[in-house]
Design a protein around this ligand. Structure first.
Ligand SMILES: Cc1ncc(COP(=O)(O)O)c(C=O)c1O
Length: 383
């Protein structure tokens, strides 16, 4: 197999970083479940010395994701949070970061409760408004950390406009692309310097692995990420690397069905008398629908809706039968959750209020089941 240089996205997903196993011809990269590698003689080895530093299954995944995300290199970590933590090691004490105000709760917790202890400074702004990013910049601003669409209020940030601000200011633009996946949004093509994903979500896609990746573009970041991955050691295991590698092969077809199901549920909910508001970038009512059309290749499987009260939200979550009440997202099965008490419980109530995350909000991660079955389930839960 030789991947043509002009191969299209879905072909890249299936083949990039993959070569048949030289020993056996196995088409699938094996799980190299080993801690070390035997050396032929002192100073003579096959490029592998110790499994924290190098592992062929992880390398295959990293090459695959670098190609999918259009970066120079990618590094796989033990979780999405470990990946984000590794990115912040590019900073030094006294550096300042501008962050999307409704970033994932775990990211906020890492920045606010851990990294501030090391004298890093963070300002949270609504990055959907470029003028607010400009206003938050300081001479010490070294990084813009943007999540788009956000979790769970699905606000969008204009990646190209934010990249222009970062360039003018000499700061790096980092995009958490977990919600969109590379099938729907490729921030590096829009000017981002670094992209991160929780592979736990769409990249793996089967709810059976926790992991994260960092995709980099600059030579110095290629070197640093490799160094920090080995130095801090929060690597993705061989088995998890293999699972994610299997996941990326079907990313394109899965995302197409997530798009279809997300739109079907959003339209059903928008027409339901008990639903006060539906937030989905694919609906014309979404305040940034035009931006979604411009920078995304589909609107994804994530949607949130408001049912007017906490009690009503609780009832919907408790009454669904086919959907599962659970945290996380991006798997083939549909999940439902109550962000205020589940995924975003670590975000203080006043911050939740400021970003529009109400107690009456329910979030759905639409899977790839038949959308009619999902609609039937919501119909009975809302009845
Ligand atoms: C947008 C986003 N980024 C990062 C993470 C963290 O990923 P992980 O749970 O794999 O550590 C999550 C987890 O939900 C997320 O939703």
């Amino acid at each position: 197999m030789k991947l043509p240089p002009d191969a299209r996205f879905s072909t890249i997903c299936i083949h990039a970083g993959q070569v048949p196993d030289p020993g056996t011809g196995a088409i699938i990269t094996p799980i190299f479940q080993t801690s070390t590698y035997v050396q032929e003689e002192l100073g003579k080895h096959k490029g592998y010395e110790y499994a924290r530093t190098q592992n062929p299954t992880r390398s295959a995944l990293e090459a695959n994701i670098a190609a999918i995300g259009k970066g120079a290199a990618a590094y796989a970590f033990a979780s999405g949070m470990a990946a984000i933590d590794a990115i912040t090691t590019l900073l030094e004490a006294g550096d300042h970061v501008v962050v999307t105000d409704n970033t994932y709760g775990g990211t906020f917790r890492l920045f606010d409760k851990v990294l501030r202890k090391y004298k890093l400074e963070f300002t949270y702004v609504d990055t959907s408004r470029p003028e607010l990013i400009e206003q938050a910049l300081r001479p010490s601003t070294k990084m813009l950390f943007v999540e788009t669409p956000t979790n769970p209020v699905l606000r969008l940030t204009d990646i190209a406009a934010t990249a222009a601000i970062a360039r003018r200011h000499g700061a790096r633009l980092v995009v958490d692309n977990t919600f969109a996946s590379p099938a729907l949004q490729r921030p590096i093509e829009l000017g981002a310097d670094i992209v991160t994903h929780s592979t736990t979500k769409y990249l793996n896609g089967h709810s059976d692995s926790v992991g994260g990746v960092v995709i980099v573009t600059r030579d110095e970041d290629v070197e640093w990420m490799k160094f920090i991955q080995n130095s801090a050691g929060a690597i993705l295991s061989p088995f998890d690397s293999w699972l994610v590698l299997r996941g990326t092969k079907t990313l394109t077809v899965r995302m197409a069905q997530h798009n279809t199901n997300g739109m079907a549920l959003a339209e059903f909910l928008a027409a339901h008398p008990k639903v006060k508001q539906v937030i989905y970038p694919g609906l014309a009512s979404h305040p940034q629908h035009a931006l979604a059309r411009k920078q995304m290749r589909g609107f994804g499987g994530m949607l949130s809706f408001d049912v007017g009260s906490f009690e009503a939200a609780r009832d919907v979550c408790n009454r669904v039968k086919l959907m599962s009440l659970a945290e996380s997202l991006g798997g083939v099965e549909t999940l439902i959750c109550h962000p205020a008490s589940m995924t975003h419980a670590s975000v203080p109530p006043e911050r939740r209020q400021a970003i529009g995350l109400t107690d009456s909000m329910v979030r759905i991660s639409a899977g790839i089941e038949d959308p009619a079955d999902l609609i039937d389930d919501l119909k009975q839960a809302l009845a």
